[in-house]
Design a protein around this ligand. Structure first.
Ligand code: DI6
Ligand code: FE
Length: 407
């Protein structure tokens, strides 16, 4: 019997590992001219240049390329019906996202189209979006509901998301985002929050359809008091907590997420530097969504310097959704995080590997090339990992491995 299932020799590893006290390693955690053994779907061993290599069932010559952890898109809304191309035209004429939302466009129009779509239509469209991400080297993706806004339809979206995970060689984490917008059957936000707390969360928890619960904490979404009610019920059902916070204004939703020991505070363009230490103390990850910033032509930049100063992990994700980030490319988000937010390519790569894993509560098993971690890997024909952020669609993966299997 072979000592390992898979041996990849003659490669450079951008390991993205941390030091024992949780600091990122310099220079992408690079291990040059190395070989790597995989066994049982996990990373088993590393071999320096002159080491004796183990026997392997499959042996791949890396030809001096680079291996990174599989990419992780930790914030998407990729199951929806219809599209919002007409609103794109309106926005180009100068009508704001908030104004379109007040006129019944925005999220409400996607809710209508999503409810009207058949399961098959939703599945086909979602699969295409997932295919685009997977082709870029994504091996783990979070998928939120939020375009159903009733128990029946939120359940449907989360089932479709789980099914995508079962049908594809990719890990899918699901998040219930019932508190995304007010559904048309309700005229009062508090009554809809009652429905979420009394029926939707308990049923979804019982069906085990969600790993986390998210909210849209915003003037056009829900208040901090309303979001706290959702979080309290989520915690009672042992569901992790996330929040769309400080995207368009500073309601202090990030502090609320931190107070509830949430996994991540997402968007955070309007987060104040003075509120950043609370994220650090709570172990909450800052999720940066430059695709939405780009599509809305936002001006307000997230407080990157303060996040760096306090060593808050920064994840980068697509926010793939039909309204504010119609972008099925995590590689583009990596580029945008550098160009628009000033992240270094190393921070950006950490943002879609190690720190994205943390934003999903998977920091112990995904996002780093370390012994015992899942063997989710991408082999690239590049000369340096900065190339992954530098260009747009200049290079694609040579090979992708999910849990040690070639995809
Ligand atoms: N923030 C966003 O950027 C998306 N949802 C949210 O809470 C936008 C969703 C949409 O416009 O459909
Ligand atoms: Fe979002």
């Amino acid at each position: 019997m072979s000592e390992v299932d898979l041996l990849i020799s003659n490669v450079n590893l951008a390991s993205m590992i941390e030091t024992a006290d949780g600091q990122p390693m310099a220079d992408y955690g690079t291990m040059s001219n190395t070989s790597m053994g995989i066994k049982g779907g996990k990373i088993h061993s590393f071999y320096p240049p002159a080491a004796t290599l183990p026997t392997a069932t499959t042996h791949i010559d890396g030809n001096g390329g680079w291996i990174t952890p599989g990419l992780i898109d930790c914030h998407t809304h990729l199951v929806w019906g219809g599209n919002r191309a007409r609103e794109f035209e309106w926005r180009l004429q100068g009508i704001s996202y908030e104004e379109i939302s007040r006129r019944g466009g925005g999220i409400a129009s996607t809710v209508k189209a999503t409810r009207e779509a058949s399961d098959e239509e939703l599945k086909t469209a979602a699969q295409q979006r997932l295919n685009s991400l997977m082709a870029e080297g994504v091996t783990c993706v979070e998928i939120k509901s939020g375009y159903g806004l009733s128990l029946q339809h939120e359940t449907r979206l989360l089932r479709i998301a789980r099914e995508l995970g079962n049908k594809n060689a990719v890990a899918v984490q699901t998040t219930l985002l019932a508190a995304h917008a007010l559904p048309p059957e309700f005229s009062d936000k508090d009554s809809y929050i009652d429905e979420i707390c009394e029926h939707i969360i308990p049923s979804i928890a019982e069906l085990k359809l969600a790993d986390a619960v998210d909210v849209f904490c915003e003037g056009i979404g829900f208040s901090t008091q309303q979001c706290q009610r959702v979080f309290s019920v989520a915690k009672a059902y042992n569901l992790a907590i996330k929040g769309h916070v400080e995207q368009l204004s500073d309601l202090k939703g990030s502090l609320l997420v931190a107070k509830n020991a949430g996994l991540s505070a997402d968007h955070i363009e309007y987060l104040q530097a003075q509120d950043v230490p609370a994220l650090k103390s709570a172990g909450t990850v800052a999720v940066l969504l430059p695709g939405a910033f780009y599509a809305l032509k936002e001006q307000q930049l997230p407080p990157i310097a303060a996040l760096r100063e306090h060593a808050v992990p920064m994840a980068v994700a697509t926010d793939l959704n039909p309204g504010t980030s119609p972008q099925a490319s995590l590689r583009l988000a990596m580029n945008q995080a550098c160009v628009l937010f000033g992240l270094t390519p190393q921070e950006s790569l950490a943002g879609v590997t190690r720190d994205a894993a943390k934003a999903l509560g998977l920091g112990h098993c995904k996002g780093q090339l370390a012994v015992g971690f899942d063997a989710d890997l991408v082999l690239w024909d590049i000369g340096h990992p900065s190339e992954l952020c530098y260009g747009v669609n200049l290079c694609q993966p040579r090979e992708v491995f999910y849990l040690g299997r070639r995809r």
